[in-house]
Design a protein around this ligand. Structure first.
Ligand SMILES: [Zn+2]
Length: 259
């Protein structure tokens, strides 16, 4: 039986809901440059593939991935000016997520996980959760419970040592670098341009931000630090550590909700 909502029929889904609402995981990503070596859809592909593995472990379902996200930021994603980035304004993105949560809930899918692969989405997901609960309450629907997480939350010290045996430079500069490249080498090896994996010093940003942003103020490959240390074995370690741990955390989150 599929874990994907888009592969189910309406009566099949209805029967699942009537048997007790399943957890629905909504992967949220971005369409964002990931250097010369990773595809534009990296931030959507990783959470989608992890979500399908997590769902299989806890009998959950996976909603169609939201493959567009909030704008790429220079210090965490290279910046929205880079070729190929297509993003949503914060208000648009928030309302898209709000609308989907509301419609899922109206059809009885009341346990929702916002499962993020793009850091810039985070606070807009928080806002979408808040607005959807408020809207649903006004319709008399009060049994909706939402869990928000980035897929990276369960990266622990042991995994960090596997990924960065010589020490982690900074998670902020990990965009299109060792972690994402390793995970893609494991999950989607045919999509990684191995001969173009960048190896250069980490990007160096001022502590402040200025607007309008000057694209000339950053010169980098699109990766914010070297991806040369990436391997498929490291990616496998990440996936094999994260999937059971995220499954455990989702289960725990819904069990522990007291309001
Ligand atoms: Zn990314």
């Amino acid at each position: 039986m599929t874990v994907r909502l888009d592969e189910m029929t309406s009566p099949e889904l209805d029967a699942r809901v009537k048997a007790g609402p399943p957890v629905v995981i909504l992967p949220t990503g971005a369409f964002e440059q990931h250097g010369p070596h990773l595809p534009l859809g990296t931030d959507a592909m990783i959470p989608q593939r992890l979500a399908e593995r997590v769902a299989a472990q806890i009998d959950a379902l996976v909603a169609p991935t939201l493959s567009y996200g909030y704008k790429s930021q220079p210090k965490s994603g290279g910046g929205n000016h880079m070729p190929g980035c297509a993003s949503l304004d914060g208000a648009t993105y928030t309302l898209m997520v709000r609308d989907l949560i509301c419609d899922f809930a109206r059809h009885g899918l009341t346990k929702i996980v916002l499962f993020d692969g793009h850091m810039e989405n985070q606070m807009f997901l928080t806002e979408a959760a808040d607005l959807s609960l408020r809207a649903l309450k006004s319709e008399g629907i009060t049994d909706v419970r939402i869990v928000k997480m980035g897929y990276w939350i369960s990266i622990n010290a042991a995994l960090e040592k596997v990924l960065f045996p010589d020490g982690l430079i900074s998670w902020e500069l990990e965009h299109a670098a060792v972690m994402e490249t390793s995970v893609m080498l494991h999950l989607a090896p045919d999509l990684v341009r191995r001969d173009l994996i960048p190896d250069h010093p980490p990007a160096d940003f001022p502590l402040y931000d200025v607007y309008p942003f000057d694209p000339a103020s950053v010169s980098h490959s699109g990766a914010l630090s070297s991806a040369a240390g990436a391997t498929a074995e490291k990616g496998k370690a990440v996936v094999e550590t994260l999937v059971p741990e995220l499954a455990r955390q989702i289960t725990e989150a819904f069990q522990n909700m007291t309001v």
